[in-house]
Design a protein around this ligand. Structure first.
Ligand code: ZN
Length: 78
């Protein structure tokens, strides 16, 4: 009998943890939008990879990544 009650408590705790993680994830997504094209002011997620930014620069402005995103530093893979 006691075993079942314990399992339920554990499950409840796990559900709470998942909820708080989801909230902080949402916040960090908002803060992560900080790559801005200096030419057209389009914003990109911090996680956008260099090839996508290069494509934007080339297709939209006929420029290079460095022209449109001088502050861009590619995050090295962990
Ligand atoms: Zn642009």
């Amino acid at each position: 009998m006691g075993n079942g009650a314990k399992a339920a408590t554990k499950r409840e705790r796990n559900a709470k943890d998942t909820k708080s993680v989801g909230k902080s994830q949402l916040k960090s997504n908002e803060a992560a939008k900080d790559i801005m094209c200096q030419v057209c002011r389009s914003t990109f997620l911090k996680t956008t990879r260099a090839p996508a930014l290069t494509e934007h620069a080339a297709n939209k402005h006929n420029k290079t990544l460095q022209d449109c995103f001088p502050n861009f530093v590619e995050v090295p893979k962990k």
